[in-house]
Design a protein around this ligand. Structure first.
Ligand code: ADP
Ligand code: MG
Length: 245
């Protein structure tokens, strides 16, 4: 079993402190949902975990099985088993999803001769049409196609932990179901640990969280089970106190 441990994490952007002491531990096979209003710091946390350079970590640690990730370049974090599905995936014209998966496996020293079959099999499971395997990644893809193809990469690479930043945004119900179901399957097939950032309880109908955390003003102010997401759906964030628990 693997553990991704975030301890007292503080981070700033442009000199403003956005994350103000995050503590969160995720084990293999677990799904943790992170919810919170716009601007609470959810995407900031995902970028800090992956090591984007415009976010400055001022305190704390992030370890994967005891290995400190802070200070490591993004590619090294990916190699150690972390994968981020971005809220706004970037376009890579001229590079197909097969090329991306091949490159990522090569970095990990994994044989790449079966990549074509692997990508085709995952495309079938995720409802990705052939056309999208031939085009540059995210080049003129709809929101749903982008997230299906991002999930395809996730499934093909089978990392230890995945951070999904609003994988449900811009998805119709069919795409949402396919993507969430595939991620849920990975939690048992390959023991994937998941941090799923979302606004909506509907994602969590397919991707069943073990824990739900609420982020407000850079603090996790509440942690509970799936019932917390349902409560939020009814009450919104207004009733939630923003002092850390
Ligand atoms: P969420 O994902 O919860 O909606 P974000 O983490 O995107 O919130 O943003 C949290 C705060 O940090 C916001 O006030 C936002 O304006 C600010 N912020 C995030 N990223 C940047 C950035 N790259 N440059 C400047 N400000 C940023
Ligand atoms: Mg965000």
């Amino acid at each position: 079993m693997s553990t991704l441990a975030i301890k007292n994490l503080h981070a700033s952007v442009d000199g403003a402190e956005i994350l103000r002491g995050i503590d969160l531990e995720i084990n293999s096979g677990e799904v943790h949902a992170l919810m919170g209003p716009n601007g609470s710091g959810k995407s900031t946390l995902s970028h800090v975990l992956m090591g984007r350079s415009d976010y400055e970590v001022t305190q704390g640690s992030v370890t994967l099985d005891g290995v400190e990730l802070l200070g490591l370049p993004t590619w090294r974090r990916a190699e150690l088993g972390l994968f981020l599905v971005m809220q706004y995936p970037v376009e890579v014209p001229g590079v197909t999803v097969g090329d991306l998966v091949t490159a990522a496996l090569k970095v990990r020293g994994v044989a790449t001769n079966g990549v074509g079959d692997l990508v085709a099999a995952e495309a079938g499971r995720l409802g990705v049409r052939d056309e999208f395997l031939r085009r540059g990644v995210n080049n003129e893809f709809s929101g749903g196609e982008k997230k299906r193809v991002e999930t395809l990469q996730l499934a093909a690479l089978a990392p230890r932990f995945a951070v999904l930043d609003e994988i449900d945004s811009g998805l119709d119900v069919d795409a949402l179901r396919d993507v969430a179901r595939r991620v849920e399957e990975m939690t048992s097939e390959s023991d994937l640990g998941v941090l799923a950032i979302t606004h909506y309880d509907r994602l969590l109908g397919e991707l069943h969280p073990d824990w739900v955390h609420i982020l407000l003003n850079g603090h996790i102010v509440r942690t509970g089970g799936p019932e917390l997401a349902q409560e939020l759906e009814r009450t919104g964030y207004e009733g939630i106190n923003d002092s850390p628990k």
